[in-house]
Design a protein around this ligand. Structure first.
Ligand code: HEC
Length: 161
């Protein structure tokens, strides 16, 4: 059972509801806070994935408990309700590239960002199941997680030039 995944479907659906009051000081603050929060969530993804990736590559000694903890964190993070983190008007055209790397395509009709978020949650839950079962099992389940991060960045995050 993939519990908690329904919340993720709301990621970007709910974003459409959010403020259109650009120029209003409160709205600007709220948007900035949301951007900061989602970037922080990404940082936490990255931190936990870094531990797992370090073990998978042999840079960090494999430790079943530590691997399980990091994978559990990743799965839990990926299941948070992000509906408030992606308000309309928080893309890099509206705010500027120095504030956010989120591309407007996230909010456009036909956006698959919500599905990509769900793909991460699903891969992270699979990883959590096996991360403590040895290095081979960890390595086997890492690819799908890494791909789910990369696939969303490929479509929806501004590349560093
Ligand atoms: C559903 C799409 C999506 C998924 C899945 C996703 N990301 Fe992101 N990520 C983004 C977007 C969009 C940004 C830019 C956010 C911004 O600047 O407002 C971003 C930014 C980041 C950043 C930079 C944060 C900062 O401080 O600016 C890191 C690091 C990151 N992602 C890591 C990850 C990792 C690791 C995973 C997988 C475990 C992941 N992301 C999964 C869309 C995604």
């Amino acid at each position: 059972m993939k519990t908690g995944m329904l919340g993720i479907c709301g990621i970007l659906a709910a974003a459409v509801v959010a403020t259109s009051a650009i120029g209003d000081g409160h709205a600007d603050k709220a948007i900035e806070a949301a951007v900061k929060a989602r970037q922080s969530q990404m940082t936490l993804y990255s931190f936990n994935l870094g531990i797992l990736g370090g073990m998978a590559k042999g840079d960090i000694e494999y430790d079943a408990d530590a691997a399980t903890a990091a994978a559990r964190n990743l799965a839990a993070l990926s299941q948070l309700d992000q509906s408030r983190l992606w308000p309309q008007g928080s893309d890099n055209v509206a705010l500027g590239a120095d504030k956010t790397a989120a591309l407007p395509a996230i909010w456009e009709t036909g956006s698959t960002a919500g599905e990509k978020g769900m793909a991460l949650a699903s891969a992270a839950i699979d990883l959590e199941q096996v991360a403590g079962d040895g290095l081979d099992a960890l390595q086997g389940a890492m690819g799908a997680v890494g791909k789910s991060c990369g696939s969303c960045h490929e479509s929806y995050r501004q590349k560093n030039e």
